[in-house]
Design a protein around this ligand. Structure first.
Ligand code: B12
Length: 518
């Protein structure tokens, strides 16, 4: 590539003309191919690496004044949120398409954005966040920015955010356009349109709140009370299994390869790296794209091996069902140390997580309140993480233009956390006395074809993320380096928490009104 660049220069082209000419045309072509599903995320990152290398080579021949960018974008993950990977992808894509990007990092409160706006005077602000709480935080942030007199366009994105929420909840709080970006490439397209005088006004008009919300909510028909009865779908007459121990375990898990064997290939190669189709099948058939991606990820693993730390904390607790709540006890004690309150479905099977806890055996009698030996059921809780040091390493790689590694490492870390959750759940089943049959494949494990299930706060059966505080009180995950933010998010990002039930009737279900960000 250096030869090609030098040839262009020798032909009399100024470095900036080479950047704004053939190189930018190349990046635009990359965007076009991606939008046509002809390129995957990993290939876009490789193109960005080539762009970065070319610009770095040309910079030595450029005057300072030459290095003018298309526009300045300030990026931040909102207050209480540690989501880094999505925002960083946006940074890489924008930067290598000629934008100046100021990345303020994670957990950025509105006052910090206002201060940074004063300092950097950006042309647009991009907000990112993973959780529903973060989508709500975007509403607060937009309000604060407007009150501070800021009126540059906002770009917003994140897994729990939607176009509808953006238009109906965030945009009305802001003076100018709030544009929803479903992915990094949409963010680039929006910035390109905002930077193009012939398209800018249309984007601003289409995304600025104009006084009334077009989408009228139809009020749902009122539902009856949920009640507290155990759902008839859940058996209460099966034997309570014994657990092997009741003390808290906090461990670092040294065998990374063992945990990595629990990574779901669809997640890492499909969702994060963008491979389309059945990755495992393509790999078996030696599809060149699948092979290249596989080897890139093996490279990331080789490097990660020197520092990635996988840790877990878990414990079985004696548990009893109290209506829609689960009370947890220290061994043999009659007073609960904590109660988790759950919602019950108000229609259909009327499921509630508490129903999966079996009645004690024998049922405690009311005779003179005397303590008696009852056998209680159990609930296991855990927190796992693979995130220590990942943000810093990924940041270093990004600064050095190693974009595929930078993104690959963050993707590996978050999927390692999920893989560790799968691995620990398998071990918990063993400790409960019902190991998976040897014939159970990983694919079957990923679709939870085993006894019981694990549920994480924030997911549809137990959406209240504030209940994370109960896990923190009981397990003290700080010991393995995981902290809760004010948004109830786990820092580092690559962490998972869960409640594990053994009941064979466990199913995934949705309760109550889902938070309206979708
Ligand atoms: C993979 C995943 C995980 C991974 C990684 C999470 C991560 N950091 O991305 C792990 C296993 C660690 C995880 C953990 C958890 N997860 Co999770 N997770 C997902 C999942 C399946 C995909 C997320 C994803 O694709 N991430 C990859 C990044 C690159 O994608 P992205 O964030 O969407 O970013 C892209 C776009 O959104 C956009 N974008 C983002 N920001 C911006 C900003 C700008 C300016 C622009 C232009 C664009 C843009 O561009 C990015 C790149 O294309 C989603 C469900 C879903 N379908 O989205 C649930 C989901 C986000 N998780 C959820 C939950 C609840 C959790 C946990 C709280 C569960 C728990 N108790 O352990 C934890 C929280 C982690 C923590 N640290 O606290 C819920 C959140 C709902 C809620 N209640 O808030 C979701 C929505 C699932 C669901 N349907 O309920 N999760």
């Amino acid at each position: 590539m250096v030869d090609d660049l030098n040839r262009k220069r020798a032909e009399g082209n100024a470095p900036l003309d080479i950047i704004n000419g053939p190189l930018m045309t190349g990046m635009a072509e990359v965007g076009r191919l991606f939008n046509n599903n002809e390129l995957i995320v990993a290939e876009v990152l490789q193109s960005a690496e080539a762009m970065k290398a070319a610009v770095s080579h040309l910079e030595q021949f450029m005057e300072k004044a030459d290095t003018e960018k298309r526009a300045k974008v300030m990026l931040a993950t909102v207050k209480g949120d540690v989501h880094d990977i999505g925002k960083n992808l946006v940074e890489i894509i924008l930067k290598n398409n000629g934008y100046e990007v100021i990345n303020l990092g994670i957990k950025v409160p509105p006052e910090e954005l206002i201060r940074a706006h004063r300092e950097h005077q950006p042309d647009a602000i991009g907000l990112s966040g993973l959780l529903v709480k973060s989508a709500q935080q975007m509403v607060t942030t937009a309000t604060d920015l407007r009150e501070a007199g800021i009126d540059v366009p906002l770009l917003v994105g994140g897994a729990a955010l939607s176009e509808k929420f953006t238009r109906s909840k965030i945009a009305p709080q802001y003076a100018t356009a709030v544009c929803y970006a479903k992915d990094a490439m949409t963010g680039l397209r929006l910035m390109n349109h905002l930077s193009d005088p012939s398209q800018r006004q249309a984007v601003l008009r289409d995304n600025t709140f104009a006084g009334s919300i077009a989408i009228e909510e139809v009020a749902p028909a009122p539902l009856g009370p949920a009640g507290e009865e155990r759902s008839p779908r859940i058996r209460a007459d099966i034997p309570i299994p014994n657990v092997a121990y009741l003390d808290r375990k906090a461990r670092s898990i040294p065998d990374r390869n063992e945990i990595w064997s629990y990574i779901n290939p669809y997640m890492i190669f499909g969702r994060h790296m963008g491979f389309r189709g059945n990755f495992e099948k393509a790999l078996k058939e030696r599809d060149p794209r699948a092979l290249e991606l596989f080897h890139s990820m093996e490279e990331v693993k080789r490097e990660a091996e020197s520092f990635m730390k996988i840790s877990a904390v878990w414990q079985f607790f004696e548990a009893d069902r109290e209506g829609n709540s689960i009370a947890l006890f220290e061994p043999g004690k009659s007073w609960p140390i904590h109660k988790f309150h759950f919602q019950r479905q108000r229609v259909g099977e009327k499921l509630c997580l508490s129903d999966y806890i079996l009645p004690p055996n024998p049922a405690p009698s009311s005779n003179n309140g005397a303590e008696q030996k009852v056998q209680r059921d159990h609930l296991a809780l855990f927190v796992v993480t693979a995130g220590a040091g990942v943000r810093e390493r990924s940041e270093e790689a990004k600064a050095a233009g190693r974009y595929l590694f930078s993104h690959g490492l963050q993707a590996l870390a978050i999927e390692t956390a999920e893989a560790c959750a799968e691995w620990l759940h398998r071990r918990i089943r063993e400790d409960w006395g019902f190991p998976d049959p040897l014939t159970l494949t990983m694919a079957e494990r990923f679709t939870s074809r085993y006894r019981g299930k694990r549920y994480s706060f924030g997911y549809p059966a137990c959406p209240n993320l504030d209940d994370q505080a109960g896990i923190w009180m009981l397990l003290k995950p700080e010991e393995i380096g995981v902290h809760l933010t004010e948004g109830m998010m786990m820092d580092p990002e690559a962490s998972v928490s869960a409640l594990v039930f053994h009941h064979p009737d466990c199913a995934y279900f949705t309760v109550g009104d889902q938070p309206d960000t979708q």
